[in-house]
Design a protein around this ligand. Structure first.
Ligand code: MSP
Length: 527
């Protein structure tokens, strides 16, 4: 906690710990491809950082309080607790199926969270940033947020949900957000990479420069929430409650040693619709409570279907687990990471998914693996030969450039560029094979060196692609005879890692199996 005091200006340190979060999902709705997108991207960041040797803690979870959830339970004739117990399990199941490697799953109805929220609120209250007042305004229940009249669509409708907002008058406690304008601006100035991509940083600065209003942070109209510690007639506003989950999960209020170790090395991944909460409210809340604000906030765009955001009210949701059953979990993960430019909206189409699958996975990577295994079988008795030395093949220089670009791409929160660069290596290798035609050569040193290069490229590609496709990458490792997993912790570390050219172990047994990515026709199976 003293990290904030070190510079007095909330400068963040660069620790080895890497704490990755997703937003916590509302349990009024099934997981859909939009929420799966967020979770898969966060998972890929967590996996990449484990592979480079960071000490990763990866958190996801569910947001279970507030009016929206209380109403969802009521509509089904269920008690809120009973309802959230069921609905949160949908997320646990979906994320497990999509190979999400979270270390913890937080539910805001857990006792540890009540303890943390009450302590956090009390700290802000004791520090003099919470006061009592009256509030009247236009409230959108699906957003769980107030809107200025000027921001509404005609007919007093929410700009995100396009449905009427409600006029709500309440006596509440307020958080003095307006008092944090200068501190937030200087925090942004001191930490240029704190919000990525840059377009989202500018958007966040725009929110602050427009002028910050105090926010109402408690509710009295319903009781499905965490009681305010100094006034039990009030429950904590759901967004205030939800944001604190990031502190709860690493021990705020319950395990100070863990908290001191992992905070503020936190990297939030959020959708653009909740940027304001994370890039303005949350850092100000941290400052008010006396802890350092987060190290980084990465904001992505929306996954659209036919140009519209996927949502329950538009009934245009795609169920990610059904899609994964159809095309393969890792092909879906790869497509989401490769074809959406992080920060921008992406339009999802089944045709786009299949086209990417066929081009990159079936034709390029799958073909390379299959060819190499076949020719090593026929020309080298199934024993993997050594690659050329780095000086003897132009592929080594390409590999160095690719690895460098992959590292930089993850740093600037651009998984699409990391995968594009990785596939450059696959393309170059396929082109080199077309040129050398080892299948037409006689057995001997010349054919061995070409195949050794191809095995080395497959080894590197398996490591670099593992954040997107952990099991397929492992299968590639198995088939080329490498031991362990490509995503073993530290495998891609800069010091003592294995991303340099030439680590392929000559003498490995190479096995040919069924194609990893059989070519697909455009129709979903069963249609
Ligand atoms: N409960 C809040 C978050 C609290 S975090 C302290 C919430 N939940 S949500 O379930 O509505 O949305 C969670 C995340 O899913 C958001 O980042 C949102 O942008 C993302 N997505 C929901 N639909 C999406 C798409 N169609 N496309 C991409 N992301 C989408 O907000």
């Amino acid at each position: 906690m003293d990290k904030t005091k070190r510079s007095g200006r909330y400068a963040t340190t660069v620790p080895e710990a890497f704490y990755q979060t997703t937003p916590i999902y509302y349990v009024n709705d099934q997981p859909h491809l939009g929420t799966a997108y967020t979770t898969v991207v966060a998972d890929a960041f967590a996996r990449w950082h484990r592979t480079v040797g960071d000490e990763v803690f990866f958190l996801t979870g569910t947001d279970e309080h507030g009016l929206k959830i209380a109403r969802a339970a009521e509509e089904r004739g269920r008690s809120p607790q009973d309802w959230v117990d069921e609905a949160s399990s949908w997320f646990v199941d979906a994320w497990s199926k999509l190979e999400i490697s979270n270390d913890d799953f937080i539910r805001t109805t857990e006792a540890r969270h009540t303890t943390a929220v009450q302590q956090f609120m009390q700290a802000i209250y004791d520090n003099g940033y919470i006061y009592k007042g009256e509030w009247a305004g236009w409230y959108c229940v699906p957003c769980e947020a107030y809107y200025d009249e000027a921001d509404l669509l005609p007919g007093n409708s929410c700009p995100i949900h396009e449905r009427p907002v409600e006029w709500i008058v309440e006596e509440n406690y307020f958080f003095a957000l307006s008092r944090f304008t200068d501190r937030l601006l200087s925090w942004y100035e001191d930490n240029p990479g704190v919000v990525l991509p840059v377009s989202r940083r500018n958007e966040a600065l725009g929110f602050i420069n427009q002028g910050l209003k105090d926010i109402s942070v408690t509710r009295t109209a319903f009781d499905w929430g965490i009681p305010v510690p100094w006034d039990s007639d009030h429950v904590v506003y759901v967004w205030y409650d939800a944001l604190i989950n990031y502190a709860t999960a690493v021990g705020y209020g319950t395990d100070e040693a863990t908290f001191a170790h992992l905070w503020p090395s936190v990297h939030h991944l959020v959708g653009k619709d909740i940027l304001r909460f994370h890039a303005v409210w949350w850092p100000a809340m941290c400052m008010a409570a006396g802890i350092a604000p987060p190290q980084q906030i990465v904001a992505h765009g929306w996954l659209l279907v036919g140009g519209e955001k996927m949502s329950k009210s538009r009934a245009n949701q795609i169920i990610p687990t059904e899609l994964a059953d159809d095309i393969g979990i890792e092909a879906l993960r790869y497509h989401l990471l490769r074809d959406v430019t992080l920060g921008h909206d992406g339009d999802f189409t089944y045709e786009g998914l299949v086209a990417r699958y066929n081009a990159d996975l079936a034709n390029n990577l799958g073909n390379l693996l299959q060819r190499v295994a076949t020719v090593v079988g026929s020309k080298c008795a199934g024993v993997g030969p050594a690659p050329h030395s780095p000086e003897a093949t132009p592929l080594a220089a390409v590999a160095v450039e690719v690895v460098d670009e992959v590292r930089r791409a993850w740093e600037r929160a651009a998984p699409q560029d990391a995968l594009e660069a990785t596939w450059r290596l696959v393309h170059e290798m396929n082109a080199a094979l077309e040129e050398a035609e080892p299948w037409k050569m006689e057995s001997g040193p010349a054919v061995e060196a070409v195949l050794g290069d191809a095995l080395e490229v497959l080894r590197l590609v398996a490591i670099l692609a593992s954040p997107a496709m952990p099991e397929m990458a492992s299968e590639i490792f198995r088939r080329i005879g490498e031991s362990g997993r490509p995503d073993a912790p530290g495998r891609a570390a800069i010091v003592d890692g294995q991303l340099g050219w030439g680590h392929y172990q000559a003498g490995n047994l190479v096995t040919k199996g069924e194609p990893l990515f059989p070519r697909r026709r455009i129709e979903p199976s069963g249609s």
